[in-house]
Write a protein that binds this ligand. Structure first.
Ligand code: ADP
Ligand code: MG
Length: 539
């Protein structure tokens, strides 16, 4: 079956072809023909299965460019999803020259007003901001033919029911109403009964619920082994982007702190974050300045980040739907993805339920040993070295290499460099060893601490001193050697107060950022140890 079997216009077929869609997805196959008849439809299919185009294609097919006023309204739970859906609608409507505008809160309403005034055919927005515009009379819905409640389960979770009701009242009764959702809790069926006319129900069943291209693996671990297990999996895979799911905000903070202390570029994201912080973290993740994003289910809602190579269920999902939701974040649009689930003995019962209900094929995995991790990292380093040799990217260093091999055995020099690249300079057996407060390389009588906050968070030495003094009662002048780097900071405090400082400062908030604090590793180079800068894991 192809898109041309739907009897669509040339304009729409051309736009779909330009988007690179070859064949309709299962939900599109079922939904498009019914939607074209202007019936109300309730559609259920897993995240990432192309629900937007399932309603988007019939919408652009049916809209008339020459009609003035908004003809289609799509309600979206979050800003990210609204932007994403509006982009998709603009692509679908491109050849017909239909215009879709995303409308969401947290940003200048003036600009949206002037965009609305210019005239748009489709509005995609979050309920709160749409109501805002209705109240200001900058948006009228009297010409609306089609209303879509997109990602309805998420809208419900976010408490938008009343807003949705008020918005629907502003639209003509003879409208076509569509509802799409990954899951169908009872509350959604209630809404469909109240606001839709004899809706046709379409469901893509749960045996096709899990995307086939996702490689699903579980690891049996004890709770206290999870961080080590995650580190090994990150280290042994090809570089990629990890989205790690946690149960609670606290767990997300703890996991991201532990990862940072081990030298990974990680960030947490959860409900306590302000919109600005959320966006800053997301931006970093999109630009790949962060490799691991640790999130709660709520915070991950509506995230649109592509190219996630691994989804990790650090703690077991609450229910099968959540499992399917979470793993749907990887392997989008036909890309390969890996979904990892950690299962502790206590989580085993829940895990078996998830497996049974979602009918997912989840293979048992064996964690790589430390030696295997080193081997894998060595293999990828070797590949990089080959690349460097091929395009002679080391010319400037030949003199230094000559000097080195003149002074010592080449094989020993190479082994030392390999250890540096793969483990960092310090660390006897492994970077995860805790450092004693007496071995931090601080001035006598002092202890040097490592904190996961830096220039990136616009922190200044004065802020650090003030915060430590405020929280622990140590006088300003006893806090020394504040050294701020891009992503972390070192500070020296009196040795006898060091435990207290860690206890009070670890997981505390400085300038709105949660920080992790630990004894610093002895200084090895100008980065000051702690591996964050010298682990070289991107090698
Ligand atoms: P959902 O709303 O079901 O979570 P989306 O509508 O966001 O999923 O679609 C996920 C991705 O799949 C998008 O990048 C979209 O462009 C792409 N996509 C949609 N339909 C097709 C198709 N028929 N062929 C290939 N890719 C598609
Ligand atoms: Mg969607």
């Amino acid at each position: 079956m192809t898109f041309s079997d739907f009897g669509l216009s040339h304009e729409v077929l051309r736009a779909v072809a330009a988007m690179g869609f070859e064949e309709p997805t299962p939900i599109q196959k079922k939904a498009i023909p019914i939607l074209l008849t202007s019936k109300d439809v309730v559609g259920q299919a897993q995240t990432g299965t192309g629900k937007t185009a399932a309603f988007g294609i019939p919408i652009v097919e049916r809209l008339d460019r020459s009609v003035h006023g908004v003809q289609a309204l799509i309600l979206s739970p979050t800003r990210e999803l609204a932007i994403q859906a509006a982009e998709e609608m603009n692509k679908l409507g491109k050849v017909k020259r239909l215009h879709a505008l995303p409308v969401y809160g947290g940003t200048s309403i003036e600009r949206q007003i002037s965009a609305l005034r210019k005239g748009v055919h489709i509005v995609v927005g979050t309920p709160g901001r749409i109501l805002d515009h209705i109240e200001r009379k900058t948006l009228t819905l009297k010409d609306v033919k089609i209303v879509v409640l997109d990602e309805a389960d998420e809208m419900l979770d976010m408490g938008f029911v009343d807003d949705i009701t008020r918005i629907l009242k502003e639209t003509p009764v003879e409208r076509q109403t569509l509802l799409f959702s990954a899951t169908m809790p009872e509350a959604i069926l209630q809404i469909s009964k109240r606001y839709m006319r004899h809706p046709e129900k379409i469901k893509i069943h749960s045996d096709t619920l899990t995307a086939p291209k996702i490689n699903q693996i579980f690891y049996e671990v004890r709770n206290e082994e999870k961080i080590e297990a995650l580190s090994r999996l990150i280290d042994s895979g090809d570089t990629g982007r990890f989205l790690v799911f946690c149960h609670t905000k606290k767990e997300a903070d703890d996991v991201s702190s532990s990862l940072k202390l081990r030298g990974y570029v990680a960030e947490a994201m959860h409900g306590d974050f302000s919109q600005a912080q959320r966006e800053a973290v997301l931006k970093k993740f999109r630009e790949s300045r962060v490799d691991v994003l640790v999130a709660t289910d709520v915070a991950a809602r509506g995230l649109d980040i592509s190219d996630i190579s691994h989804v990790v269920n650090f703690s077991i999902p609450q229910n099968p739907e959540s499992y399917v939701h979470r793993i749907g974040r990887t392997g989008r649009a036909g890309k390969e993805g890996v979904a990892i689930t950690f299962v502790t003995p206590r989580e085993d019962k829940q895990f078996r339920l998830i497996k049974a209900v979602s009918k997912a094929q989840i293979k048992r995995g064996k964690l790589p040993t430390k030696e295997e991790v080193t081997e894998a990292r060595f293999a990828s380093l070797k590949e990089r070295i080959h690349e460097f040799i091929d395009d002679k990217r080391f010319e400037r260093f030949l003199k230094l290499a000559e000097k080195l091999t003149g002074e010592m055995q080449p094989i020993e020099a190479t082994a030392a460099l390999l250890k540096f690249m793969l483990e960092g300079f310090d660390a006897g057996s492994g970077r995860e060893d805790a450092v004693s407060l007496d071995e931090t390389g601080a001035a006598p009588g002092m202890a040097r601490l490592f904190m996961t906050i830096g220039r990136e968070q616009s922190i200044r030495p004065g802020d650090i001193v003030k915060e430590i003094s405020k929280k622990t009662g140590i006088p300003f002048n006893a806090i020394k050697g504040v050294n701020i780097f891009e992503k972390f900071t070192f500070v020296e405090v009196p040795r006898e107060a060091a435990e207290k400082v860690i206890e009070f400062m670890h997981q505390s908030i400085i300038s709105g950022w949660k920080v992790a604090v630990a004894p610093a590793r002895p200084r090895s180079r100008d980065d000051g140890g702690n591996g964050a800068a010298n682990r070289g894991r991107r090698a």
